[in-house]
Each structure stands twice: as C-alpha cells, then as structure tokens.
Write a protein of this length. Structure first.
Length: 370
C-alpha cells in the first residue's frame, strides 16, 4: 500500500512538473507570437507611413492620414498631433471632438507635462477610479482616464507633441513604450518630410507679367495631377532675345513680350497641362500623360506663332537723336523637351533642361530633345 502511495505521489509530482514546463513553454510561445505580431504591426505601420509620404496630397492631409493609421493599427481611442507653427500651437490631426481642442492645443502650459517637455521624455498619467480626473482636463472629466504624452523634437528643437488617450483607468499600464517611441520617431521623420513639402507650397507665387504660377507649383500641387500618369513630357523654353529687348528697347517692352507669349500659349493648353514661369526668361510646361512626339509638334506650332508676334515698344522706350526708331520687336525662343517618369525627381528633370538652355549657343532657336 505504501509503495502504491509513493508511486502515486511521484506521478503527481512528475505531472505537476510537466504542467509547469508546458505552461512555461506555452507562455514563451505566446510571448514570441505577440512579439511577432507586434513586429508585423510595426512593419505595416512603417510601410503605411512610407506610402503616405509618397502620396500626392497636401502636407496637412498627410499628417491627418498618419494619425488615422496610428489609431487603426494600434487600437488607440484618441490620438492628437500638435505642432508649433512659429506663432502658436496648432492641432494638425486629432480624432477628438473639436470642442475639446482648446485644451489639447495648450498642454505645453500644463504643469504635469512641463517636465516631460524639458527632459524630452514620455509622460504617462492615469487615475485609479472612475470618479477621478486627469490634471489637464478642464471640462470633459469623463472623456479620458489615461494619457501618454510624447514631446516631439527635431534636431534638439522642440516642435510640439503627440498625445494618446484612453477611456479606462490604467489603460496603458502594459503598453510597450519602446514600440511607441519608435512610432514617435517615425512621426518626427514624417513631419520633417511634410514640412519640406509645406515650405515648397508656401513658395508658390503668381508672377506679375506672365500671369503664371512660379516653378514651385510644379513640385507641389501640380504633381498630384502629373503623377496620375506613368509618363509625361516636360518642356522648357527660353526667350533668347529678351535681355536684348530689355536693354535696347525698354524693360516694359520686355514685360509685354512675356505677357503676350504667355497669353498665346495659355489659350492653347489643356487643363491638365501645367505652364509656369521657371526663372527669368525661361518657362516650363508639363504635358501630363503626353508623348514627346505630339508635344514636339505642338511646340513647333507655338514657336511659329510666337515668332510671328510683332510687339510695339512701350511708353518707356526712348529714341535717341540720330537713331532710327524701332517699330516693333519679334521674340525668339529656344525649346528643349524630355520625358518625365512618375515617381522620379521632377526638379531633376527641369534642372537638366535648364542646364541645356544655359549652355546652348545664345542664338540657337530650335526644338531639341534630351
């Protein structure tokens, strides 16, 4: 009988040990699976970020889309990105009701977050009970019970913050903060990219004499349409005798030359073609989705029409004694054309064409292919 009891005890001990080992293995496998799933999520988020950067949408739309990605992928209840624009803090993206934005855009002044901003560290705050409130909440006490605050820095310069919020006490207790730090760094990297785009957008101006937008327009808003097509044709042309007209006739006459040429071309362009003043006597046209052969024929016709213009001198033209008056001026243009491929550097293409026009013979007046 004692032997049987001993055997039973041994079996129970072995079974208990086996169960402990099994549970440990199961826990390790589950942890590995969780880590794998987290890595997959992070990779998906990173891929989504990259795709968003490459999309032909405005900088503000990109930031909003980033925020939507974070909310969806990480199952966050509320996510808000706030950036200092040089004058004030501005909410760039948030899924919180707009009536709460005054609170969210002024968190840099809250004592609970000041240390976080000064030390560039994440701040996690929560409550223990449903009847308690987070210290930064003014009116909406019941909206959230947990929050994580991430100050955003670019090259050691504080630019704003990202805050995520949850509706339950201690909701982020078990969140892997290292993952969120990676997400924060990705947000910063993307903000730098969209800020560059914003700068380009803000550089766009309307040129006085041509009535055209400046070249920055090609690299920002126009690109949304241009990149709908796998290839397009880019044309740069130069009024090769504009400087001579300015010097020998008058500046206002030169301006009138620009105006008449641009009006002539604008009236012959489709809506999805973009015509801008490149710089000085040079102008660019992007023929979205068009082949070079068709564009070359179009530009031959335009060149003929341009060089038939007879523009009378303006009122600032001065005829000196013993000099024969100039009854009119005739503009001459030199044209260069090449193909642009979607997703490549459009500014690199225009720069290549500009180099050609700058190094060509000053009297060259032709249709050239690169």
């Amino acid at each position: 009988m004692e032997i049987i009891l001993i055997i039973i005890v041994i079996l129970l001990v072995v079974t208990a040990i086996a169960l402990v080992v099994y549970n440990m293995n199961l826990k390790n496998k589950l942890q590995t699976l969780n880590n794998t799933n987290q890595k997959i999520t992070n990779l998906n988020v990173l891929q989504d970020f990259i795709n968003t950067v490459s999309e032909q949408i405005t900088a503000d739309e990109k930031i909003k889309k980033i925020n939507e990605i974070l909310i969806e992928r990480y199952k966050i209840k509320y996510s808000t990105i706030v950036i200092y624009n040089g004058a004030e803090y501005e909410i760039k993206a948030s899924n919180v009701e707009q009536k709460h934005w005054d609170t969210l855009r002024n968190l840099q002044s809250e004592q609970v977050f000041i240390d976080s901003i000064q030390t560039a560290t994440t701040k996690y705050i929560t409550v223990d009970g449903e009847n308690e409130k987070l210290p930064y909440l003014k009116m909406e006490y019941a909206r959230v019970k947990s929050a994580m605050f991430f100050p955003l820095y670019v090259d050691n310069i504080y630019i704003g913050y990202w805050i995520i919020e949850g509706q339950k006490p201690h909701e982020f207790d078990n969140v892997d903060t290292t993952v969120l730090e990676v997400v924060k760094n990705n947000i910063i990297a993307l903000l730098r990219t969209v800020e560059t785009q914003r700068i380009i957008n803000n550089l766009v101006r309307d040129d006085t004499y041509s009535g055209l937008k400046t070249v920055e327009y090609l690299y920002s808003e126009a690109r949304t349409v241009i990149d709908k097509y796998p290839t397009s044709t880019v044309c740069l042309f130069k009024i090769i005798n504009l400087q001579q007209i300015n010097e020998k006739v008058s500046r206002k006459t030169g301006n009138e030359v620009i105006t008449q040429i641009c009006n002539l071309i604008k009236n012959n362009l489709a809506n999805e073609y973009f015509f801008v003043r490149y710089i000085g006597a040079k102008f660019a046209i992007v023929f979205s989705g068009s082949e070079t052969e068709g564009v070359a024929q179009f530009m031959r016709d335009i060149k003929r029409k341009v060089e038939r213009l007879k523009i009378e001198p303006r009122e600032d033209y001065k005829v000196y004694s013993n000099a024969k008056p100039i009854p009119y001026v005739v503009p001459k243009i030199n044209v260069v054309i090449t193909t642009y491929y979607k997703g490549t550097a459009l500014e690199g293409v225009t720069s290549k064409l500009e180099d050609y026009l700058e190094t060509a013979d000053k009297t060259e007046s032709d249709i050239n292919y690169l």
